[in-house]
Ligand binder design. Structure first.
Ligand SMILES: Cc1cc2nc3c(=O)[nH]c(=O)nc-3n(C[C@H](O)[C@H](O)[C@H](O)COP(=O)(O)O)c2cc1C
Length: 206
């Protein structure tokens, strides 16, 4: 038996959608045998903006016990799942700010040869989910990482329709994370663990 696969689930969430999907990813990866770290990107928004949206303040309080991510959480991991709400079709600044602190680790090659994958949520259909994941995946190429997207590798993917990564439409809080999104998260988390484990064994043998 090889060591357990080490997975970091690193996310940013304002109003809780991505936080909920992150928890579903953790549960599935743990049930697939991975050792998992759940980490959040630090909040950067001013209190005035947060307090203007009760769901934002509530999520900040509800996730207070989740540790804030540090570079070592990426270096430690064999695989990383990044989660972000879309921001105008792009990665949220809070997650991007963390990624942009990783220059030193990137330069030392400490981010390479790992599996990476992403998940996203938006308010509307066609609201930028795919562009957000593709923007996130640009960075992975620079890391020298391996993007492991779900593709259409499971029949459920033909229902949720997003081969780039788990995605949820929240209708600005109207549509809670549902079975379709949970199934997508489970499929993606299992695939990431399985592929990363195979890669880890392969590298160890090479
Ligand atoms: C500044 C800002 C920009 C956003 N841009 C988009 C967008 O381009 N398309 C969209 O569908 N939703 C957009 N949203 C909505 C969020 O991405 C969406 O509600 C998301 O599911 C929230 O995830 P969370 O609950 O984890 O914070 C935006 C929200 C904010 C605050």
């Amino acid at each position: 038996m090889s060591d357990p696969l080490k997975l970091s689930v690193i996310y940013y969430s304002s109003t809780g959608t991505i936080a909920e999907i992150a928890n579903a990813m953790v549960a599935e990866a743990e049930s697939a045998g991975a050792e998992v770290r759940l980490r959040k990107a630090p909040e950067l928004a001013p209190d005035a903006a947060i307090d203007a949206n009760p769901a934002w303040r509530a999520n900040l309080e509800a996730t207070r016990s989740v540790p804030e991510v540090v570079a070592e959480d990426v270096v430690w991991a064999d695989a990383v799942l990044f989660g972000t709400p879309t921001r105008y079709g792009n990665v949220a600044a809070q997650l991007k700010q963390f990624i942009d602190t990783l220059g030193g680790e990137w330069q030392q090659g400490l981010l390479a040869d790992k599996v990476y994958s992403g998940f996203v949520s938006s308010a509307t259909k066609h609201g930028g989910q795919e562009s957000t994941l593709l923007a996130l995946y640009n960075t992975i190429h620079h890391f020298g990482g391996f993007v492991v997207s779900p593709g259409y590798t499971d029949s459920s993917k033909f229902a949720d329709g997003n081969p780039y990564g788990t995605s949820h439409v929240d209708g600005q809080g109207q549509f809670k994370v549902d079975d379709e999104t949970r199934t997508a998260a489970a499929v993606q988390a299992r695939r990431v663990v399985r592929v990363a484990q195979a890669l880890k064994v392969g590298f160890a043998a090479a």
